[in-house]
Design a protein around this ligand. Structure first.
Ligand code: FMN
Length: 143
């Protein structure tokens, strides 16, 4: 039922020096916590930029997004889309992970590259389905 599920997508910059093992540790705790909290989603990493979709009960997403925003392992957290949905786009993924080049991500959303935050936000904001469709395509290797 619409209203029971909140789906939020944000973009952020990995903190300086963040390593592969750091990302693996983020994913391990995410998968453990999200399974427990009935949260699903997808994390994209692209040359120091994260794009993450989170979906679950509205109050759960509220608390989780606060916690994630305060995490010092990334910064410049910008919300790309935040809406109530009737179905999950990432059911079955406690937290999926994909890695792509900034050029791949840029070309999927119609901009030159992901490292221009202003252009990225302009492309993704106000087009609620673009970010989630992109993450789905990457996760399913359709793009
Ligand atoms: C880019 C990024 C994505 C994250 N995604 C999640 C997530 O989906 N779920 C989650 O519980 N924690 C996530 N975290 C980690 C939280 O900020 C926090 O460290 C963690 O939930 C604490 O869990 P713990 O108390 O089990 O160690 C993320 C952190 C970063 C930097």
């Amino acid at each position: 039922m619409a209203g029971d599920l909140r789906q939020l997508v944000y973009i952020s910059d990995a903190s300086y020096g963040l390593s592969k093992p750091d990302i693996e540790s983020i994913l391990a705790s995410s998968r453990r916590n999200n399974t427990e909290a009935n949260v699903s989603g997808m994390l994209l990493y692209s040359s120091g930029v994260f794009i993450q979709a989170l979906e679950g009960a509205p109050a759960t997403i509220e608390g989780l997004y606060k916690k994630i925003s305060d995490d010092r392992r990334h910064e410049n957290v910008d919300t790309v889309s935040d809406r109530l949905v009737s179905d999950r786009n990432f059911a079955g993924w406690a937290m999926g992970f994909v890695e792509r080049t900034p050029e791949d991500v840029g070309s999927r959303i119609g901009i030159a590259g992901l490292l221009d935050r202003k252009a990225t936000l302009a492309a993704l904001s106000g087009n609620e389905e673009l970010a989630t469709n992109m993450l789905r395509d990457f996760a399913e290797n359709l793009y």
